[in-house]
Design a binder for this molecule. Sequence first.
Ligand code: SF4
Ligand code: SF4
Length: 321
Amino acid sequence: MVKAFESPAVRKVKLGKSNLSVSNIALGTLPFASYRNNKNDFSALVSYAYDIGINLFDTAEIYENYELLGKSLRGLEDAIVISKSHAIDRRDVDRSLLTARRLMNREVDIFLLHEQESASTIRGHLDALEYMHKLKEKGDLKAIGISTHKVDGVRGALNFSEFIDVVMTIVNYAGLGINDGTRETMESAISDCFNANIGIIGMKVLGGGHLLRIIDKAIGYIRELNFVHSFLLGVETVDELKLDLALFNGIEIEKDLIEGCKRKIRHIEIEPWCTGCGICVERCGQKALRLINGKVEVITERCVLCSYCAQVCPDFSIKVV
Ligand code: SF4
Ligand code: SF4
């Protein structure tokens, strides 16, 4: 246990034009996606997060961890759950919400259209978005919006601001994972959304793990951003959360303590039995995979270690380790 990091402060903020009061730090559950096979104690992590004031918990249909999250949140009725789906129309929205409710045994509070790339993509999902808006008006959802890895996605949200309460997007020190712009162009797009009273949730603050080597700088960077309401931390253990929060709150930590708490830096491995089918290349929104001589290669600097490619590989040839 890392005693130096006890009692980190989390505060509540109003999430844009929604009526929600959310913690400025949210718990991301991608590290506990079913296909990650994570053996850490998720329930202990959720309990600790909740006890220190984190009330925002993020998942997605494709993480396939609804049951785990629902079980871990049992009894924590005021926790706020974000989920994301690739719903295209109202039938998809109903199906997604029904699945979430059945597996979590609780409601989704904030529902986002996943991986929206631009205004055109959002327009293509308008039936779903309009329907989500109706569900919100009826009180079935508390807020709705999109998630995106792209500057164009964030800017696109402005065209639909009558529907969109929340934008979840990439924000990190090195601009990692923003493949249609830079850290600066993303900051500018986010800032415009923030000024339009859209709630902003920042994700990939450690670039999927690539920024762990400079975790103090990476977390120091987000601490200064005043146009993001809440930052998702995709940690695996209570100690990792304590370290991130201590850095976020500007608590001075000795270098060797940071070193001691640094988590394993992950990377992606392609197994030799890859057939070169190209399914993963299509799936990777980051354009971080390419086929060379019938085998897949990873362009490391583009990869945010989201594991989406591993999820679709029919031969289990991709491992994020
Ligand atoms: S983990 Fe896979 S899908 Fe995700 S960015 Fe890296 S290569 Fe692309
Ligand atoms: S989906 Fe799997 S088998 Fe197909 S190219 Fe990608 S790694 Fe290889």
